[in-house]
Design a protein around this ligand. Structure first.
Ligand SMILES: C[S@@+](CC[C@H](N)C(=O)[O-])C[C@H]1O[C@@H](n2cnc3c(N)ncnc32)[C@H](O)[C@@H]1O
Length: 282
């Protein structure tokens, strides 16, 4: 089943959390000269036009990035992500918020000559967009193949430095545990890598199953962050979003402690809540 299109959701509150963390992680990786692999198991299209019919149909970015982009009271930890989105729009000479970067669009701003990006995508339309987007990005390798297997085939990177983003559409219930299993197995081969796993909060039991699977595994040093717009419900629909981050940069917890209350004040309602916990110690 491949009906999910990220263009409907680009720039929403879940992207804001995911992409601000990805920005901080990648910025940290570039502090050392030694090259790294960026591996994106579920890449999407790379870059999104917010004026197209998909984004306009749902208008989700209006309750996400659009509420932050012009703010002058941003916490320091959110600034690099907001600057990145602004720079991309300014490069297109647009004063409006016209473009929104997907995860490859963010990684592209950080990869240097010594780094490389390995991007997997299955959807026939999105892979075309991704290929076109990456055409002049020297160190990118785009593949129309399964991203879970792709990750396992690429670790450990030769430099033993790497960031893996796993961001499935969760159209299938299996994705929840398959994503965790992929990290558990990749970790066996590459225990020092940084792994970021995105998840939606749709049914609380599914998130608990992921937590359980991680805590029973050999994975160490796992941070979990969650931002829920609404309280958990048995009704259909995403009420919140979260990330599991294995081997996060040492200052990420502190940065998230700044980001989360700010997101609540700008994107949240009275029902909004967030959590940040070291689920597994170092
Ligand atoms: C949530 S979107 C990715 C968004 C992107 N990571 C970002 O942050 O901008 C999930 C993508 O995974 C793709 N996909 C679904 N199953 C896949 C698989 N097994 N391997 C690779 N890509 C897959 C979908 O077509 C969709 O474009």
């Amino acid at each position: 089943m491949l009906s999910y299109r990220h263009a409907f959701h680009a720039g929403n509150f879940a992207d804001v959390l995911k992409h601000s963390v990805l920005t901080l992680v990648l910025e940290y990786m570039t502090r050392k000269e030694k090259g790294f692999y960026y591996i994106d198991s579920h890449s999407g299209a790379g870059m999104y036009q917010l004026e197209d019919e998909y984004a306009q149909k749902t208008g989700e970015y209006k309750d996400g990035i659009a509420k932050l982009i012009d703010n002058e009271d941003l916490p320091e930890a959110l600034q690099p992500y907001i600057d990145l989105v602004k720079d991309i729009n300014q490069a297109e000479q647009s004063d409006e918020l016209a473009l929104y970067p997907g995860s490859p669009g963010i990684a592209r701003q950080f990869t240097r000559r010594q780094d490389s990006a390995h991007l997997f995508e299955l959807h026939p339309a999105d892979i075309e967009h991704l290929q076109a987007y990456s055409q002049r990005w020297n160190k990118s390798h785009v593949k129309q193949s399964d991203g879970y297997q792709g990750v396992l085939g690429l670790v450990p990177p030769p430099s033993r430095r790497g960031v893996v983003l796993i961001d499935p559409p969760y159209e299938l219930k299996e994705d929840y545990l398959k994503a965790v299993r992929t990290i558990v197995n990749a970790y066996k081969k590459f225990a020092t890598g940084t792994y970021i796993l995105w998840y939606p909060v749709v049914k609380r039991e599914l998130v608990e199953q992921m937590q359980d699977a991680f805590t029973k595994s050999d994975v160490r040093n796992l941070l979990q962050v969650e931002f829920c717009q609404k309280a958990d419900t048995q009704e259909y629909g995403m009420t919140g979003t979260g990330l599991f981050i294995v081997n996060p940069p040492w200052q990420l917890t502190k940065q998230l402690e700044e980001i989360l209350p700010y997101l609540k004040s700008k994107l949240g309602t009275q029902e909004t809540s967030f959590t940040l916990k070291q689920l597994i110690a170092e």
